[in-house]
Design a binder for this molecule. Structure first.
Ligand SMILES: Nc1nc2c(ncn2[C@@H]2O[C@H](COP(=O)(O)OP(=O)(O)OP(=O)(O)O)[C@@H](O)[C@H]2O)c(=O)[nH]1
Ligand SMILES: [Mg+2]
Length: 396
């Protein structure tokens, strides 16, 4: 079954601490400070990978943490940056934050989104030398990395999508025209999750066609399998409306169109190719009684015998318009590189590590819980001394 949703927790790496160190040289009794800076923490990055089909990789594992930066060392040595964690997701993945807001849409192959930015490394003690303080016994701690809880949702990138009542023969049609082999059976709601198939034209063109579960009247209110699969249709440029022509084709057409319009998102305005299926069961070729400007063309086929399938397949290539360039496409053709900032972090204070413990400089947060979290994130443990302003406290 296609995994089209996943919830993940991401945490970027903490920046490495700056070092407290002094030069040691022969004949130089007191060398100057030479503590290097800590490395940056690794980012957590989503990468749109065209070889991924769904989000099943994120079903079993939910938490992803990037490595922290290494601490700085003596002799002005920088700590190494923490490695990034790259999470491969299918093209078409949308990212939502905890509030349910859409953060990004990875609609293009190789698009990248930094979902959690690594913390900056702390500065080493050489940055803290002044005329009066020539042997600074303090250095900055690294900043924590961003953390976020995200929901990933996959919207299939199909050129065309099959819609229709259950049992109309949508899966049979996809089997006829594409490489996909969805389950076909004589009972309604055989298809429970969307299936994609690739249709090849003799000239090498390819179309991706989605088979989605059948809709019934009331689907937009949650009847049957409901309408949640309709989200997958939003990106299809043409709908292929499959109708069992051995029944009342006009009524079937109206029922589906009213569900599409109840769903919204412009689905009911999408151009349609109507496929009247199961003509092997009819004495005469059927015709559709509705005339509607959304209907591009009507085909009569039999998925059972193969009659009419070839003209339909050719028509598909003719009627599906070429993809529109994405609005956000970079003008120079470069892949998107986006950064999602969960909470913009501009801190009014820093946490310094001293030889006795820690010192908070600047304007510390009024909220003591926030300060405690910041101290913990900086590596402060129970029993450590923390100086805030003029006060020195023991961290508990
Ligand atoms: N006689 C005849 N039967 C057909 C034809 N096309 C499909 N069927 C049968 O109709 C039944 C339903 O076909 P499916 O392809 O599973 O229909 P579906 O629209 O995908 O159904 P859901 O997945 O339940 O929405 C199956 O028993 C098929 O064998 C056809 O052209 N002629
Ligand atoms: Mg089906």
């Amino acid at each position: 079954m296609l995994a089209d949703r996943a919830r993940i927790e991401v945490e970027a790496g903490r920046g490495g601490d700056g070092a407290v160190s002094f030069r040691r040289e022969k004949f130089v009794p007191r060398g100057g400070p030479d503590g290097g800076d800590g490395g940056r923490g690794g980012d957590v990055v989503l990468v749109a990978n065209p070889e991924r089909r769904d989000l099943s990789a994120y079903r079993s594992r939910r938490r992803y943490r990037a490595r922290g930066g290494e601490p700085g060392r003596g002799s002005n040595k920088h700590g190494a940056d923490g490695a990034d964690v790259e999470l491969q997701v299918p093209v078409g993945t949308q990212v939502f934050d905890e509030a349910g807001e859409l953060v990004a849409d990875l609609a293009r192959a190789e698009g990248r989104l930094v979902v959690a930015r690594g913390g900056v490394g702390g500065r080493g003690n050489r940055h803290f030398a002044t005329a009066v303080r020539q042997t600074p016994r303090l250095a900055e701690t690294g900043l924590p990395g961003d953390a976020a809880e995200l929901e990933l949702r996959l919207k299939l990138l199909a050129d065309a999508a099959l819609v229709g009542l259950p049992n109309a023969g949508k899966s049979s049609l996809l089997t006829r025209i594409s490489n996909a082999r969805p389950k076909v059976a004589e009972y309604p709601f055989t298809t429970l999750a969307p299936v994609l198939g690739t249709v090849d034209a003799p000239d090498g063109r390819q179309l991706v066609v989605a088979d989605v579960p059948g809709l019934i009247e009331g689907a937009s209110r949650g009847v049957g399998l409901g309408h949640e699969f309709l989200a997958h249709l939003e990106r299809a440029r043409v709908l292929v409306h499959v109708i069992d022509a051995s029944g009342d084709a006009d009524a079937a057409w109206r029922a589906i169109v009213s569900e599409l319009s109840a769903y919204g998102a412009g689905l009911d305005e999408r151009p349609q190719i109507v496929v009247l299926n199961k003509i092997d069961l009819l004495p005469r070729p059927p015709s559709l009684g509705v005339a509607d400007e959304r209907i591009l063309r009507v085909y009569a086929v039999s998925c059972a015998t193969g009659a009419g399938i070839e003209p339909f397949r050719r028509g598909l290539f003719e009627l599906v318009p070429p993809p529109e360039p994405l609005e956000d496409a970079a003008p120079d053709g470069m892949v998107d590189f986006l950064v999602y900032r969960p909470q913009p972090r501009r801190r009014s204070y820093r946490v310094l590590r001293t030889d006795r413990g820690y010192r908070v400089v600047g304007r510390p947060p009024a909220d003591s819980d926030e300060l405690e979290r910041a101290l913990r994130a900086a590596g402060v443990r129970t029993g450590d001394e923390v100086t805030v302003g003029e006060e020195t406290l023991v961290f508990e």
